[in-house]
Design a protein around this ligand. Structure first.
Ligand code: NAD
Length: 457
């Protein structure tokens, strides 16, 4: 059944957006600055809520709150830089100018694995651009959403309704997508979710911003610094229990260093500290749910049935917990297996040998997703090829760092089945505004464009 507060929430959000849009952008930024300060004060307790709900280890939870704080700082600066271009007019005494205006109400649907940061990417930009936001968090993240909303309510005064939380599941998300009063829908989650929701928004010609699943790969070249590489691979593949959209899933290693690389990865995976995420020394917590565990085991069983070598992946008993702790799995493949083409949201790393860099880039790109990618090399020809138009086809391409852990300053997102959206830094703010091209005639004649003559007779 549709959330009984739905209509109230949408009407309130619409009302506040009409008042907020007239507040000068730098003043909007000032409120976001205060919000950032409140997040600073509550950093520890908000991080604890993330660890409780998303089961992230403490340093990652603190990092996630820090990301929300950084987004506030970014948005404060941005509130004085919502620049529009001025273009030369072809007509005398005319001026052409771009104006950027708020959209109104933004609907924000988020995933469980970044329960605060992804909202902050959206909210901080949407707010300084003059919009209100309705947030439908993952059903796994309601406490995190409440924590953020409470922090906002402490500083926002008459603009408290700028953030309104709509708890619920798929039905609430669909209601947002169908609703003409919600100008932009920003949806983060699985590719399947995006493929179901995109046609609903498109049917009403609404604006869409999609941040969907990844299937990220890294290439390890013969000249790579292996100390740095193994650390980068281990964090990308196993950090957040393999539950980041940017987690490393596929690894292509040059044949000359393959044996050495696999030996060191096995050792590194063996040494990882898997345990309760609230404990200071834990590096990996449990999977989010039984469903996630079942999907992981289903994929590993299917590979074993084909005689593919799977190292690790088993469930671990940790302190009588009934949660799903797993040993990260290394899967050594001779060929591209079907399982490698889909995103399994768990710590499963496929490793394959390559001979030519062009083949490695081809294999990396030859999946339907296009989020993040990395190359580990000290050869400038290889790294530049990887970054060129013939290289990685992903939205994120890294050199000598892993696929995960993006900074907020860059635009975040990916191509193909990842949805094509860009959030966070750079000029992603433009997604949250509408562009007006204005032509101003300050002369006393009316010359028409392209030399057209039209005599009034
Ligand atoms: P999910 O798709 O199950 O859920 C995400 C959100 O969409 C939730 O709020 C959920 O309620 C809603 N939803 C899901 N299916 C729906 C449907 N059929 N109709 C209407 N609403 C629906 O994703 P999850 O398990 O929470 O998160 C993991 C997924 O999210 C992974 O695929 C991951 O790669 C992706 N993700 C992507 C990014 C990115 O920026 N590209 C960031 C985080 C997570």
């Amino acid at each position: 059944m549709k959330n009984k507060n739905y209509e109230i929430i949408v009407n309130k959000s619409k009302d506040i957006s009409l008042r907020w849009r007239s507040v000068p952008a730098p003043q909007r930024g000032e409120l976001i600055r205060q919000f950032g300060n409140e997040l600073r004060l509550q950093k520890e307790s908000l991080a604890k809520t993330i660890t409780k709900e998303a089961r992230k280890i403490q340093t990652e939870s603190l990092g996630e709150v820090q990301e929300a704080i950084d987004m506030c700082d970014f948005a404060v600066g941005l509130s004085r830089q919502l620049y529009g271009l001025t273009m030369p007019s072809e007509r005398p005494n005319h001026r052409l100018q771009e104006l950027w205006h708020p959209l109104g109400v933004v609907g924000c649907i988020t995933a469980f694995n970044f329960p605060m940061a992804v909202f902050a990417w959206n909210f901080c930009l949407a707010a300084v651009c003059g919009n209100s936001i309705i947030w439908k968090p993952s059903p796994h993240s309601n406490e995190c959403a409440k924590g953020i909303k409470d922090a906002w309510d402490k500083v926002s005064g008459e603009f408290s309704d700028l953030i309104l939380v709509l708890e619920g599941g798929n039905e609430e998300a669909v209601s947002i997508c169908k609703d003409n009063r919600i100008t932009l829908v920003s949806a983060t989650g699985s590719t399947q979710m995006g493929k179901e929701l995109a046609p609903v928004v498109s049917a009403r010609l609404g604006k869409l911003l999609l941040e969907l699943g990844g299937n990220n790969a890294a290439i390890v070249c013969p000249s790579a610094d292996l100390d740095l590489t193994i650390k980068g691979i281990a964090f990308s593949a196993c950090g957040t229990t393999g539950q980041r959209c940017t987690s490393l899933r596929r690894l292509f290693v040059h044949k000359d260093i393959y044996e050495d690389c696999v030996r060191r990865l096995k050792k590194c995976f063996d040494d990882l500290v898997i345990g309760c995420p609230s404990k200071e020394d834990s590096q990996i917590g449990p999977l989010i749910s039984k469903n996630s565990y079942d999907s992981m085991q289903h994929v590993l069983d299917s590979l074993r049935n084909k005689n593919v070598e799977v190292i690790g992946g088993e469930r671990l008993e940790i302190e009588d917990s009934d949660e799903y702790y797993v040993k990260p799995a290394l899967v050594l493949v001779k060929n591209i297996e079907d399982e490698m083409l889909t995103e399994t949201f768990a710590p499963v790393l496929y490793v394959k040998e390559y001979e030519e860099i062009e083949d490695a880039i081809y294999m990396q790109n030859n999946v339907s997703q296009g989020l993040s990618s990395s190359i580990f090399t000290n050869d400038i020809r290889e790294s530049e090829l990887f970054l060129s138009e013939s290289g990685s086809d992903c939205g994120i391409a890294n050199v000598n760092i892993g696929t995960s852990g993006a900074e907020i300053g860059g635009a975040f997102g990916g191509e193909k089945d990842t949805g094509g959206g860009r959030e966070s830094g750079s000029d992603a703010w433009k997604n949250y505004m509408r562009r007006v091209t204005a032509t101003i005639n300050y002369g006393d004649e009316l010359p028409l464009a392209q030399g057209v003559e039209f005599d009034e007779g």
